[in-house]
Design a protein around this ligand. Structure first.
Ligand SMILES: NC(=O)c1ccc[n+]([C@@H]2O[C@H](COP(=O)([O-])OP(=O)(O)OC[C@H]3O[C@@H](n4cnc5c(N)ncnc54)[C@H](O)[C@@H]3O)[C@@H](O)[C@H]2O)c1
Ligand SMILES: O=c1ccn([C@@H]2O[C@H](COP(=O)(O)OP(=O)(O)O[C@H]3O[C@H](CO)[C@@H](O)[C@H](O)[C@H]3O)[C@@H](O)[C@H]2O)c(=O)[nH]1
Length: 483
């Protein structure tokens, strides 16, 4: 390690430390940082490290990603990231390479940001990328350094990686594997990285703790809590956070089903729950449910790992959360069939949204595309529109048809399905769209439309788990609730 000048005497215990208790020990040369894997997480982390003042080298095995990033182009859509990358490629503080050995030889702290997708044919996480990247870093070490895992991994992974590193590193080189899980959300990645809610360090000793505190000095100085704990706790904090968020969404979706049959309005209910600050309103939007590259695979990896470790209650809980989530997709498919009078065969369906959520082009496990593909397979003429994700969606679902504009998608549609609540859809002029559609029926699978406004413009609005305006009026006028 080229940077730490002084080593504090004691190893920190699990703690939440306020900003002004940063340990001594890293004053001097700034550590140079390598970031292994420059996808959604790694590219953002590398840019944020440069923004925090560190010379940073991003590494990826995908040469097309490196070529794009070196030229200041971000190979995916993430608001604010291109500006940050261009800025720091420009300042010379940030560079990208396919040469991992060169990056590791230059850097002191190596962040592992490669993917941990769901393993084929299993709920478990595929750890082959993390293992390969960590081993490659260990083998390439030419001076002491710290290996910092950021990828989301099942509990116990980091301890195994420590052994792998010990077996792979050159003789005489000192290194340590610690875990620093990442909580950024796509579409808010830059802000979440520069201004995180909390920072978790797992398995640090005094020296690595001091180096990490120096790296995160800027957010720590603004009061961001730092939680230092053992490796297993750090790994589990990350997975538990995603499990809790997924549970919150499936909870409200289960309640939405009850709202639908009882004639209640899930949006009003969620607002009322949200006023209780023990509950909070966030992640209580009922609808098509969660997708993306994190929540679905992380709850499944948790189920798999908990099962291995014999923690059966977590397995049961996550199984239910997953089932409720997947059932939401089926509910929308059933509603579309119902809205078409019993069959979607040869009916024209406008699908608004392909990304797993707004403000991203990520279509990994996208509920919208899942529904679009299922309806396409049932013989519907499906036309998908998305402001940013058409290209990524087309690559994953080449048999689906894509429109260039909202108007094109809605023209002559028998039913419109709002599946991803992009503002450009939610704020569209319903009067204009009603003139284009063959049938002004909209399935609001994200409960995002103003049903009064759309109804006034002539649309029949069918929300998922809420009441239609007509139904609200009937209820207000004293009509009996459905049995
Ligand atoms: N996407 C998010 O919002 C987010 C947020 C927090 C945590 N995470 C976690 O971060 C990890 C990465 O997720 P992501 O969404 O960025 O995935 P991603 O697929 O977008 O990026 C992973 C990158 O790693 C590269 N890679 C694979 N093996 C490599 C190797 N040996 N050397 C160098 N590069 C290699 C791939 O080419 C790819 O570019 C996952 O564990 C994920 O769960 C993701
Ligand atoms: O009330 C809500 C909120 C979200 N969603 C859906 O939930 C999914 C996930 O949304 P979000 O969590 O915003 O997106 P991600 O970018 O996948 O971020 C999650 O996954 C990341 C990767 O682990 C973590 O770092 C983040 O903290 C965690 O929020 C999306 O399909 C949303 O449409 C709902 O259905 N209802």
């Amino acid at each position: 390690m080229t940077t730490a000048k002084k080593t504090p005497a004691s190893t920190p215990q699990a703690s939440i430390t306020p900003q002004d208790e940063t340990p001594e020990g890293t004053k001097g040369l700034k550590p140079v940082i390598s970031v292994i894997g420059t996808g959604y997480l790694g590219a953002t982390h590398a840019a944020a490290m440069a923004e925090m003042g560190f010379d940073t080298i991003g590494v990826d095995i995908d040469p097309s990603k490196i070529e794009a990033l070196e030229a200041g182009r971000v190979p995916f859509f993430e608001p604010g990231l291109p500006e940050l990358i261009v800025k720091h490629v420009g300042t010379g503080r940030l560079r990208f390479t396919s040469d991992l050995a060169d990056a590791v030889a230059t850097a002191d702290v190596h962040f592992i940001c490669v993917g941990t997708p769901q393993r084929r044919g299993s709920h478990a996480a595929n750890l082959s990328y993390v293992e390969a990247a960590t081993k490659a870093v260990a083998e390439s070490l030419s001076h002491d350094g710290i290996i910092v895992g950021k990828s989301t991994v099942p509990v116990g992974t980091a301890a195994r990686l420590r052994k792998l590193v010990a077996d792979s590193k050159p003789e005489g080189i000192e290194t340590q594997v610690v875990w620093n899980p990442e909580f950024l959300r796509e579409a808010h990645a830059v802000d979440d990285t520069l201004r995180p809610d909390r920072i978790v360090f797992g398995g640090t000793d005094a020296k690595s703790e001091a180096v990490l505190r120096e790296i995160y000095a800027a957010p720590i100085a603004t009061g961001t809590p730092v939680i230092s704990c053992d490796l297993a706790t750090a790994e589990l904090v990350k997975v538990s956070a995603n499990a809790f968020l997924a549970t919150k969404i499936s909870f409200i979706n289960a309640i939405s089903e009850l709202c639908e049959v009882a004639g209640a309005d899930v949006r009003v209910l969620a607002d009322a729950l949200g006023y209780d600050d023990r509950i909070g309103r966030k992640f209580l939007n009922a609808g098509l449910g969660f997708g993306g590259g994190c929540l679905p695979k992380d709850i499944r990896a948790l189920m798999s790992r908990a099962n291995e470790l014999g923690a059966s209650r977590v397995v049961g809980l996550m199984q239910e959360v997953d089932e409720i989530n997947m059932q939401q997709r089926q509910r929308v498919i059933d509603q579309a069939i119902d809205a078409c009078g019993g069959s979607v065969l040869n009916r024209k369906l406008a699908i608004l949204g392909a990304a797993f959520k707004p403000d991203t082009d990520d279509v990994r496990d996208s509920p919208a595309l899942n529904v679009a593909a299922a309806l396409h397979l049932r013989g519907a003429q499906v036309l998908v529109v998305d402001p940013e994700a058409s290209q990524t969606a087309q690559r994953s679902f080449p048999t689906l048809s894509f429109a260039d504009s909202l108007d094109e998608a809605v023209t002559d549609a028998d039913v419109v399905l709002l599946l991803t609540e992009w503002p450009v859809f939610v704020n569209a002029d319903p009067t204009h769209l009603a003139e284009l559609a063959a049938n002004p029926v909209v399935l609001d699978a994200r409960n995002a439309l103003d049903s009064e406004v759309w109804s006034s413009a002539g649309w029949e609005v069918r929300p998922l788990g809420g009441r239609t305006v007509a139904r609200q009026r009937r209820v207000l006028e004293g009509a009996a609730l459905p049995a």
